[in-house]
Every structure is written in C-alpha cells, then in structure tokens.
Write a protein that binds this ligand. Structure first.
Ligand code: PGA
Length: 249
C-alpha cells in the first residue's frame, strides 16, 4: 500500500441509504486514478450496499471499521473479518482510538484482530496514537511504539509489509487540533525505524497515514510532511464533494 492512501472513516454515520447516495455522488465527481489508494470505511450495516455500489470501481477499496478476532460464533453484535470480506471489504481498521478508549480494546485485542484480518484476506490498517496526558509526559513515542509492536506481534513479515499504519494522536481526533506536520514526521519516522528493524527494506512498502482533524484545507500540508504517506479522515470525509477534494490532494 505504498501509493498515497486516503481513507474515509465514517464512524457511526451513513446507514445504507446515505451510503448509497454518498457513493453515487462520490463516484460521479471522483474519476479513477491509479496514483493513489482510496478507501471508504462505512459502518458494518452499510458494507454490503457499499460493496455493491463499488463493484465497477476497483480503484476505491472498501474497509470495515472494526472486526472481532474470531471468525464466527457467539459474539452478539460483532462483525467478523470473513463477513466483511463477503461484503467486498479488503481492509480492516484495527485499534482506532475510539475502540481503545470507549470500548476497552487492548493491545492484545488489536494483535488478535490484525491476525484475524490477515486470515480473512483483509489488509489491516492499524491505528495508534497517544493521549494528551501521555504527550504532556513526553512518552508519545513509547506509547505509539508499544501499540505498533503489539499490533504486529501475531503477523508474519510478509503480512507486515503489506499492511498500513495510521498515526492518530488522540487529542487531535474530532477536536479541530491537528498535529504540526513536523510532529507527525517525528512519530512516523520512529514507526518506520521500528518497521526497518522488523522487516528490513520492506519497511518502505508500509504506508503510514496521519489522522486527526484532517480537512480539505490542511490535507496538502500534512501530506507533504516527510514520512506521511496518507491521511485517515473522519468528519471531513462525510460529505462526498469534500471527500473527493481531499482524495484528490
Ligand atoms: P477526525 O477523525 O478527522 O474527525 O478528527 C479521524 C479519525 O478518528 O480517524
């Protein structure tokens, strides 16, 4: 996934009808381009509709926002990786900070979810990032690298080389505060260094995305920062025209 990656995380927005309307509009205003990877991540109930809407647009990939680590079973309310795959998903977001903060997702769970994604043929997009108190204590890199190591711990080298990682400082998500590009570069560089230790030269294949209050206005500046290989966008991805603008950055 080393072309620039633009991923739209809709969170708990856009049910099936809105998803259909969004994709109709987005596909009309965003022509296929092979110099980038575009991913949309609707809520699980909208995956099938999205998969159908994207059937003739292989340039736009479909992702699931969260999966369970088991493939099936008595896990009420959960979505498995094979089910997401069945809807046409090719990507699974893992360890988003809202999952970690609000739903108790631990490093061990993210490790198992990354493994489940790979088992089902989905590319894990592992999210990492520090909370404001961790930044204030000067332990940003320690926190982020702990999360990265955990997420990779059950994957073999070839799967690590084909995954993607998103650095999303928790204090920047949905707050209108973005990291300064140079601060994002410091964290991305530390992640890349760790990847080199694990998978040597194939570390360059891994896209490292930035996320947190990305907008159509600040996208270009963030994307221009060294080691920033893509953007993971929440609220600014909910409007099809705005998302087309960001994905065209
Ligand atoms: P935001 O969310 O763009 O609304 O800050 C980003 C994310 O949570 O992935």
């Amino acid at each position: 996934m080393r072309k620039p990656v633009f991923a739209a995380n809709w969170k708990m927005n856009h049910g099936p009808q809105d998803t259909r309307a969004f994709l109709t509009r987005f596909l009309a205003v965003y022509p296929p381009r092979d110099d980038r990877t575009v991913i949309v991540l609707p809520p699980a109930v909208s995956l099938a509709v999205a998969g159908f809407a994207l059937r003739d647009r292989p340039d736009v990939q479909l992702g699931v926002q969260s999966i369970h680590w088991e493939d099936k079973g008595a896990f009420t309310g959960e979505t498995s990786a094979p089910m997401a795959r069945d809807c046409g998903a090719t990507v699974a977001l893992v360890g988003h900070s809202e999952r970690r903060q609000l739903f108790g997702e631990t490093d061990d769970m993210t490790a198992r979810k990354c493994a489940a994604a790979v088992r089902a043929g989905l590319t894990p997009l592992l999210c990492v990032g520090e909370r404001i108190e961790e930044r204030d204590r000067g332990i940003t890199l320690a926190v982020v690298l702990r999360q990265v190591k955990a997420g990779l711990s059950r994957l073999d080298k070839s799967h690590i080389a084909s995954m993607a990682i998103a650095y999303e400082p928790v204090w920047a998500i949905g707050t209108g505060k973005t990291a300064r590009p140079e601060d994002a570069t410091i964290v991305h560089t530390a992640i890349r260094r760790h990847l080199r230790e694990v998978i040597t030269s194939r570390a360059e294949d891994v896209a490292i995305l930035y996320g947190g209050s990305v907008t159509a206005e600040n996208a270009a500046e963030l994307l221009a920062a060294p080691e920033v290989n893509g953007l993971l966008v929440g609220s600014a991805s909910l409007d099809a025209d705005t998302w087309a603008r960001i994905a065209s950055t």
